[in-house]
Design a protein around this ligand. Sequence first.
Ligand SMILES: NC(=O)C1=CN([C@@H]2O[C@H](COP(=O)(O)OP(=O)(O)OC[C@H]3O[C@@H](n4cnc5c(N)ncnc54)[C@H](OP(=O)(O)O)[C@@H]3O)[C@@H](O)[C@H]2O)C=CC1
Ligand SMILES: O=C(O)C1=N[C@H](C(=O)O)C[C@H](O)C1
Length: 268
Amino acid sequence: MRLIVAGASGRMGRALIRAVAETEGAELAGALERPGSEHLGRDAGDLAGVDPLGVSVTDDALPLVAAADGLLDFTAPEATVALAELAAQARIVHVIGTTGFSPAHIDSVDAAARHAVVIRSGNMSLGVNLLAALVRQAAKALGPDWDIEVLEMHHRAKVDAPSGTALLLGQAAAEGRDVSLAEQSVRTRDGHTGARVEGTIGFATLRGGSVVGDHTVILAGAGERVELSHRAEDRMIFARGAVKAALWGFRRKPGHYGMADVLGLHEG
Ligand SMILES: NC(=O)C1=CN([C@@H]2O[C@H](COP(=O)(O)OP(=O)(O)OC[C@H]3O[C@@H](n4cnc5c(N)ncnc54)[C@H](OP(=O)(O)O)[C@@H]3O)[C@@H](O)[C@H]2O)C=CC1
Ligand SMILES: O=C(O)C1=N[C@H](C(=O)O)C[C@H](O)C1
């Protein structure tokens, strides 16, 4: 499968190039960066710290998309929405790891998914997607008198909050309780907030240093607490998940899929 990596010089872009290079059945067909990037023209393998791959970083997406089978995209919401349109026109698989979307961005991605395979998840690791299934189960088993809080910590360069993973875990908890996350979530607390409202799902965000990604879902009852955690130690877990998703999506029918589809983690 011929794969393009968007945001090639980013933290995830470099990991994705390495993951494509190490995966049988996948081949790097292009490496994209934004116009004016200092990395344009560099060999992608060189950029990612592996052997040269004979693929130069370019800002010209159109010819790459026309000749590839899939696009791995961990960039930023505006870039992802623009790439979704191109990927849909070319009917290639679009794997989206980007986080921080607004509802309008998601609508655009949904529109693209009517024409091509889109696989989008706030976290492409096996561990977090398994954790989401466990959170859904725990939230279902424990009533609304158990307070749910989602705590996350990431490196100092992360620009969106709460993380895509925290929202994914909050969504799993809401599904377990059969409530709407949008209606129940409390994203910030400051000042005289009043007592916690029963049934709400809280989020707390920490930023600092080089933390790859830590998430804990706390279910706090009267006199006891359940904590379900995941700690990412290496970005290759996300990159390998993204390549796996692309291979899974190849020649599948158009639609907006998630990692639970790829990993076969749906209950029932
Ligand atoms: N789903 C998952 O499993 C994971 C998701 N992520 C998400 O992936 C995204 C990227 O993370 P990370 O690699 O750490 O971030 P980086 O900032 O290191 O990399 C982002 C890359 O995308 C490029 N980019 C950003 N905006 C645009 C734009 N408008 N047009 C074209 N290129 C653009 C950047 O270029 P430039 O440097 O020039 O701005 C950079 O090369 C984030 O949303 C993050 O939350 C991260 C890890 C795992
Ligand atoms: O920006 C990151 O670094 C990460 N982003 C994703 C998120 O928003 O959850 C996934 C991972 O935690 C790393």
